[in-house]
Design a protein around this ligand. Sequence first.
Ligand SMILES: NC(=O)c1ccc[n+]([C@@H]2O[C@H](COP(=O)([O-])OP(=O)(O)OC[C@H]3O[C@@H](n4cnc5c(N)ncnc54)[C@H](O)[C@@H]3O)[C@@H](O)[C@H]2O)c1
Length: 374
Amino acid sequence: MSNVMRVGIIGGGLMGREAASAFGRWFVLENLPVRAELVAVCDLQDRLLDWFRQIPTVRQLTKDHQELLRNPDVDVVYVAVPHNLHESLYLDVLAAGKDLLAEKPFGIDLAAARRIRDAAATSGRFVRCSSEFPFLPGVQRVVQAARSGRLGHLLEIRSCFWHASDLDPTKPANWKRQVKTCGEIGVMGDLGMHVVHVPFRLGWNPVRVYAQLQKIYTERPDGKGGTAPCDTWDNAMLHTEVVVDGREVPMRLETKRLAPGSTNTWSLEVLGTEGGARYSTSEPKTFWYFERGREQVWSRVELGFQTPFPTITGGIFEPGFPDCFLQMWAAYAAERAGVLGDRFGCVTPDEAVRSHELFTAALHSHQSKAAVSL
Ligand SMILES: NC(=O)c1ccc[n+]([C@@H]2O[C@H](COP(=O)([O-])OP(=O)(O)OC[C@H]3O[C@@H](n4cnc5c(N)ncnc54)[C@H](O)[C@@H]3O)[C@@H](O)[C@H]2O)c1
């Protein structure tokens, strides 16, 4: 395999451009034996294709994704489009013999996710799904604490992703607010992969779920002077149980678009009888830990820039969203090249399918007002 990973992007909106920015500063990574180069972009909108003209390595701009997939210079395709298009575009990428970094939720529903997973396995291509927060240094410290065995018997786990952006009822509707384009699972499809990636990787797979789902605003301005229906779930609280060391442990998974006071607030807390660990993007360089002693003390550690993939950035600086997104891409490139080592990897197709199994069970739980076994 060449040490240059040549990438094509299908969908140059919010996340397509974020990916371009990550490739544009790949040189910040130290000692990674793979270089990423953005060579081709497909979007339906001229203004977005024009935006990519400023990137010197981009040699193909097209509105036809099949044209991009016929490009022999493209090794890996990143697809960042609305959820109703995931399945057909992901399958086209695999049929073209390209590797894939898919976006969450990996298909609009469970059936689509399973078909994508099966096609990925049959194709033999390298396929992963996007979820970037685990690559923040503070999250890595929570993972280390959980794996250390020093937390004692686990008491509870809480993994949350909160937005407040939809509290404003005058915010126009977009494809993420409608079932036909976002999926029946609504906010769980938007934010859910981010809250299950670490738990799944640590082996915390829910055996049961009781879900509380909320829809608050049922219509919004359509941006053209009228209104548009909004029929997706806004908030989801999943009360689950996982089995750790033979004992059932409560694990709460929260995904919210209506979370007063939160911007892009991702957090993870693990509590045990001997210790605890927590991290939130609200305090991007702060890791909290607890060790049982005579007094009840949570200790605060000021972390720096100790990312899984070393960079030239000074060790005392603080990381943010673009940094963990670049780190995730480094993990994708490293795993694809066989040099991930013991570092955290991107979401696998099996994990993505498992997330859909959980979110589908959550829909059933909410409807029946009862816990559902998995
Ligand atoms: N990892 C993250 O943190 C994160 C954050 C936001 C969104 N996402 C995911 O990324 C994906 C895209 O979300 P977004 O916020 O970037 O959406 P977006 O609406 O900003 O961008 C989607 C783009 O896809 C383009 N598009 C639509 N159909 C196309 C086609 N047939 N061919 C080529 N381009 C097409 C649109 O023109 C648009 O520019 C979704 O799956 C979403 O869940 C991930």
